[in-house]
Write a protein that binds this ligand. Structure first.
Ligand SMILES: Nc1ncnc2c1ncn2[C@@H]1O[C@H](COP(=O)(O)OP(=O)(O)OP(=O)(O)O)[C@@H](O)[C@H]1O
Ligand SMILES: [Mg+2]
Length: 275
């Protein structure tokens, strides 16, 4: 199983270096920059991603939509460094998170900036209780116990899961697990968050909770990539990229893409979104 609990010291003055490479003095307003990215899994017989290029500005929310197998999860792994650090397929092109080339930057350093809520929350929840899972990354960053306690309370409240604090994550429903996985990510206070289908297992109330959190994060200036097969999160997007068979076949401002109903219909996306 892929282990996603990465530990180590917290980077200093994270916010101060947000958009400025201190060595070169170059100001980068893009939180994410993907350039000519192609990826083929070691066991794959064709590229899962092919020549993907896009930028996400700091504070922007990008919705990535596409049918099953179109490459959404693979892209999410590339954005946070799981590819190439955990998977040993063939990656060409570059992914830059702030000023860090994911290929050249240790995963631990990337996780200070970019958090991911995985499609399968079971991979993210490994501890005996919810609060232990939330505390894990914070303890590894050697924060004071009272700060950790405060953070736990804050993210439980934010995700509406305070009542689950002492539960064993294994015994939670799929939707509850997704909320807790999000809480573990929020606790680390990343400036970029990638959500891989975080709304897919949630009922109406759970969806509303996460969308409220997303809207709050947006107000705070968090950069987000919402991988959202169902389109449930579309109110939060600023822009949309549509993936099909590993390629971006369309991208643009949210309203422009959503207004082109014929295109969505032709690519079998409309029924998914309106269903
Ligand atoms: N570990 C792997 N090894 C080999 N091929 C893989 C692996 N994981 C995914 N793939 C292949 O890569 C392609 C993209 O898969 P990916 O999981 O990124 O799609 P997705 O859009 O997230 O699909 P879904 O909507 O089902 O979550 C698919 O053809 C899939 O079969
Ligand atoms: Mg997926």
């Amino acid at each position: 199983m892929m282990l996603l609990k990465v530990s180590g010291p917290v980077k200093q003055n994270k916010r101060a270096v947000n958009h400025c490479n201190l060595k070169t003095g170059v100001i980068n307003i893009y939180a994410l920059h993907v350039k000519d990215l192609s990826y083929t899994y070691r066991a794959g017989n064709r590229p899962a991603l092919e020549n993907i290029t896009f930028k996400v500005a700091a504070g922007e929310t990008l919705g990535v939509v596409g049918l099953n197998g179109s490459g959404k999860t693979t892209l999410s792994y590339c954005l946070c460094g799981i590819i190439p650090h955990y998977f040993y397929g063939t990656m060409t092109g570059t992914v830059t998170v702030k000023d860090m080339d994911t290929r050249k930057t240790p995963l631990l350093q990337l996780t200070d900036e970019v958090g991911i809520v995985l499609q399968d929350p079971n991979v993210q929840l490994l501890m005996p209780t919810v609060e232990d899972d939330i505390a894990f990354g914070l303890e590894n960053r050697k924060l004071q116990p009272e700060i950790i306690r405060g953070k736990i309370e804050q993210v439980l409240e934010l995700t509406g899961t305070t009542h689950l604090r002492h539960e064993n994550p294994n015994r939670l429903s799929g939707g509850e697990k997704q909320l807790i996985a999000l809480a573990t990510v929020l606790a680390m206070d990343p400036s970029i968050i990638v959500f891989d289908e975080s709304l897919s297992m949630l009922d109406q109330a759970g969806t509303e909770k996460i969308i409220r959190v997303m809207q709050l994060l947006k107000k705070r200036g968090t950069t987000m990539v919402l991988i959202d097969h169902t389109g449930k999160g579309h109110l939060v997007y600023d822009k949309i990229s549509i993936l099909e068979e590993g390629k971006i076949i369309r991208r643009g401002p949210r309203d422009q893409i959503l207004a082109d109903r014929q295109f969505l219909l032709d690519h079998k996306l409309l029924s998914t979104w309106e269903g």
